[in-house]
Write a protein that binds this ligand. Structure first.
Ligand code: ADP
Ligand code: MG
Length: 565
């Protein structure tokens, strides 16, 4: 075993392919860099869009790094390990995925240079790890405090996440909506994501998106169109009693019988009577429980719905399990498995339940008990795809706002944070007396890739931009960043281009982890499906950091530029 590298002993047939040492590294680095090259042009507010053709033939236009990576068919294990890290970035902090991948690619490129100069892989990974640790500290010095009551500041944070995804007007509009949602349920500086519901409904423009006080639930449209003739339940019920049924309101539940055989008109008549009887029992139970609204997880027979409507009770069928749970939390109702378990104690209360049409979708808006806040964001978009993509970006926005409010700190964007970190790392490097110094310097160079690309995407000369930024930071102007709209350098905080500290920190940590994983790997073993390769490794057998990367696809693997989902 040599210096932290990994070896394997293989036994197997001809169908085992191996790549060792520099060959393995080159192949991995090439894959990682290719992935980074592919998405780097999407970085920043002036990033370009990508047109993706998914394997099922759908065309998607997006410049959201996370969304692109998600849809790419990536088969190379090295590229896949970068994707995994990017996904973690996305799920933990909701932003910074493109930055993390681009930084990982740059760290790999610089590591390759160092390896060529004869620097050992362990020296590189240690130096990178030290640099990353130092970088996180440097970011702490860069923070601005977030005031959760300062809506303008929060809108700036939200806008920095979404600029470039839509035009200026739409970004401003949607950023404001995201802030409204978060502030509606903010409590003592904490945001409970369970109190937020998002729904994407096609058929209208972004500007028809709205924040709704309460929980919105999809109503199966069939459940109301078939309620005829009138009278039906009112469109809005104030101070409603809510029942939740985690089952169905059909005849089978009541009898436990699957089929009924009818042999004569008398039988049919008897059966009809029996049926009517069961239905009426159902309805009586609901009426007796005092319910004004019933949400049912499965279907409700037309006849039951009709009888309920006649009693002025709103019945909603096919409510999803998670929605039932949310309704339970909001109203205090306990979902019952069958109608027989429905008692007044199992019901809950809602300040108001309202039926509302949004586009072709019918929604039930439920405001919870007096002290329970729920808020929903109904997002519109021309097509289902546009509405879904909007929802995706808004989700990131909500996550980022949550981080900003809960952690209470943001750092300047527009490359300012990266230039500050690079400057600090170069200073730190001179205090590192061994060869790790070279890796720390390589890290400093790598992190400047962010301002370089931001400059490039806006038609600025990347070298001049970075040189000028460095000079401004050297003069003590720590928040100097790229003002991409005007092609100048300005105070990023004053311009409102700020991002949560957690996003930047996670991007650096994620990228370092991904790069170090690939620098450490010195052997790639490819095993065809019927090949019998046994990796006898004293370390981990999985695909985790430092492990052996296996594939059933055979070598060479390609970073798929064909997209699939
Ligand atoms: P990521 O997936 O890494 O979040 P983005 O495409 O969202 O990638 O770009 C984020 C980068 O764009 C950050 O470095 C951020 O500071 C920068 N940025 C965002 N808005 C602006 C702006 N108005 N001016 C300058 N830089 C900006
Ligand atoms: Mg972003």
């Amino acid at each position: 075993m040599h210096n932290g590298g990994y070896q394997s002993v293989l036994s197997g047939g001809d169908d085992v392919q191996r790549l060792e040492g520099r060959d393995a590294q080159s192949a991995n680095f090439a894959a990682g860099k290719a992935l980074s090259e592919t998405i780097k042009t999407t970085l920043g507010p002036n990033g370009l869009d990508k047109l993706l053709v998914t394997s099922d033939g759908h065309v998607v236009v997006t410049n959201d790094g996370a969304s692109i990576v998600d849809r790419m068919e990536i088969t190379h294990p090295a590229a896949q390990s970068i994707v995994d890290v990017a996904e973690r970035q996305q799920s933990r902090v909701g932003d910074g995925t493109t930055s993390a991948i681009v930084l990982a690619g740059e760290l790999l490129a610089n590591a390759e240079g160092l390896l060529e100069d004869g620097v050992h892989q362990t020296t590189i990974t240690r130096g990178y790890a030290r640099a990353a640790e130092r970088a996180l500290d440097a970011l702490d010095e860069q923070t601005t405090t977030v005031d959760p009551t300062d809506e303008d500041q929060l809108r700036d944070v939200a806008k920095t996440v979404i600029t470039g995804k839509w035009d200026e007007r739409a970004s401003t509009f949607l950023a404001a909506k995201a802030v409204d949602v978060v502030l509606a349920i903010e409590q003592d500086g904490a945001i409970d994501a369970a109190k937020i519901t998002r729904k994407a409904i096609p058929g209208s423009s972004y500007y028809d998106s709205e924040v709704v006080d309460g929980l919105v639930i999809d109503m199966d449209t069939s459940s109301t169109t078939s309620v005829s003739p009138e009278p039906g339940p009112p469109d809005a019920i104030a101070d409603a009693t809510v029942a939740l049924i985690d089952g169905q309101l059909t005849i089978e539940t009541a009898t436990g019988q699957g089929a009924v055989s009818v042999e004569s008109p008398e039988d049919l008549h008897a059966f009809r009577e029996y049926e009517e009887d069961v239905y009426e029992t159902h309805v009586r139970r609901i009426v007796d429980a005092g319910a004004d609204v019933v949400f049912c997880q499965k279907s409700i027979d037309d006849r039951v719905r009709y009888l309920l409507a006649r009693e002025g009770i709103l019945a909603v069928e096919r409510t999803r399990q998670d929605e039932l749970e949310k309704l339970g939390r909001a109203t205090g109702a306990r979902p019952v498995g069958t109608i027989d378990d429905l008692t007044p104690e199992a019901t809950g209360r809602a300040r108001r339940v309202e039926r509302r049409d949004v586009g072709a979708t019918e929604l039930a808006v439920v405001e919870g008990r007096d002290d329970v806040e729920q808020v929903s964001l109904v997002l519109r978009g021309g097509t289902q795809h546009v509405a879904d993509e909007t929802k995706r970006v808004i989700d990131d926005c909500l996550r980022v706002l949550t981080r900003a409010i809960e952690d209470g700190v943001v750092v300047p964007g527009g490359g300012a944070a990266e230039i500050h970190v690079a400057r600090d790392l170069r200073e730190f490097a001179s205090s590192v007396s061994d060869r790790e110094q070279l890796a720390v310097e390589a890290f400093a160079d790598a992190i400047e890739v962010i301002p370089r690309i931001l400059a490039e995407s806006s038609g600025l000369n990347p070298i001049d931009a970075v040189v000028e930024l460095r000079a401004r930071h050297y003069d003590g102007d720590r928040t100097a960043g790229l003002a991409l709209e005007s092609g100048t350098i300005a105070d990023a905080v004053a311009r409102g281009v700020v991002e949560p500290l957690a996003v930047k920190k996670q991007a650096i940590a994620s990228a370092t982890e991904a790069a170090n994983t690939l620098v450490r790997v010195d052997e790639v073993v490819s095993v065809t499906r019927d090949g019998a390769a046994h990796a006898d490794d004293e370390h981990d057998h999985d695909h985790g950091p430092g492990g052996i990367v296996e594939s059933t696809e055979g070598y060479p693997w390609a970073v798929g530029h064909s997209m699939g989902h």
